[in-house]
Write a protein that binds this ligand. Structure first.
Ligand SMILES: Nc1ncnc2c1ncn2[C@@H]1O[C@H](COP(=O)(O)OP(=O)(O)OP(=O)(O)O)[C@@H](O)[C@H]1O
Ligand SMILES: [Mg+2]
Length: 259
């Protein structure tokens, strides 16, 4: 009997996980970036957006959640590098709909609990506590995902959650995958600590954001994403309208002049 049940579960699993069914065609609602990604972002995978301070990681992550909400998909962001209130206050100043969708319950912003920090502390103090820390944390995220039926999940930034050696980081990041959702983690630039940034080797795809000039222009590069071909960086600026590719902005301003 148990064998029969097992074989049924396996069959339905295979049917449900075809590549096209899991692909997200508009991950960010930023045409140039979505097209360059070419439907490679898939539910069940973990991706990373990394870049130095001010390059737009949090803004891009917020656009990712809003784009999901526009399609009626729920999402949540785990805010680790500021208070939830600070994050929400800033995101509400963005014009592309964060406030509306959060008010409608399609986007939730969540902080880390005291219990999280005490588990993390004990894992950092003694490696034998790592397993407990990882299991409790990833289980809490998966529970949140299944209870809210979230299709898009962000952890901004992942850095305070990572502890231990490269093996621990690999296990932790792998265990963040949620079958029904796309998970995006963000990360700053790694310093001399070799373990920092190691998660980029483990995730399914990586987008790098770079500040390139003093005029505020930045660029996004898809540095790792099986299924995309390299098209060169996408230049963008950030304003209250979020991340806007420079070329389309130029076209818009030209149109405004013509009209
Ligand atoms: N609500 C807003 N209105 C206008 N511009 C904004 C807004 N929020 C962010 N920006 C601009 O976008 C830039 C990038 O902000 P963002 O918080 O996304 O960067 P980040 O990569 O997450 O930085 P950090 O590593 O410090 O978290 C800011 O420096 C600011 O110029
Ligand atoms: Mg940020």
């Amino acid at each position: 009997m148990p064998n029969q049940i097992e074989s049924k579960i396996c069959q339905s699993d295979q049917q449900g996980s075809t590549a096209s069914a899991n692909a997200i065609s508009k991950p960010f609602g930023i045409k140039a970036l979505d097209e360059a990604l070419n439907k490679t972002i898939k539910r069940g995978n973990v991706y990373e957006v990394f870049g130095s301070t001010g390059t737009g990681k949090t803004t891009l992550a917020t656009q990712f959640l809003v784009e999901g909400a526009k399609e009626g998909n729920k999402g949540f962001i785990i805010v680790t590098d500021s208070s939830v209130e600070q994050y929400v206050r800033n995101a509400e100043r963005l014009s592309f709909g964060f406030r509306k969708y959060r008010d409608e319950g399609l986007i939730e912003a969540i902080g880390l609990s005291d219990r999280f920090w005490s588990l993390k502390w004990s894992a950092t103090e003694d490696p034998k506590n790592f397993g407990r820390y990882m299991e409790d944390t990833t289980e809490a995220i998966k529970k949140l995902a299944s209870e809210s039926n979230a299709k898009r999940i962000v952890i901004d930034t992942i850095t305070p959650m990572l502890t231990g050696d490269r093996f621990d980081i690999s296990r932790f990041v792998n265990s963040l995958a949620v079958k029904e959702a796309v998970v995006i983690i963000t990360s700053g630039i790694s310093n001399n600590d070799n373990s920092l940034g190691y998660e980029r080797n483990v995730v399914s795809g990586v987008i790098e954001l770079k500040g390139t000039s003093t005029d505020g222009t930045k660029e996004a590069r898809i540095v790792k994403m099986p299924g995309t071909h390299y098209e060169g960086p996408i230049e963008y600026t950030i304003s209250s309208e979020g991340i806007t590719p420079v070329s389309s902005e130029k076209v818009h301003s030209m149109l405004r002049i013509i009209r």
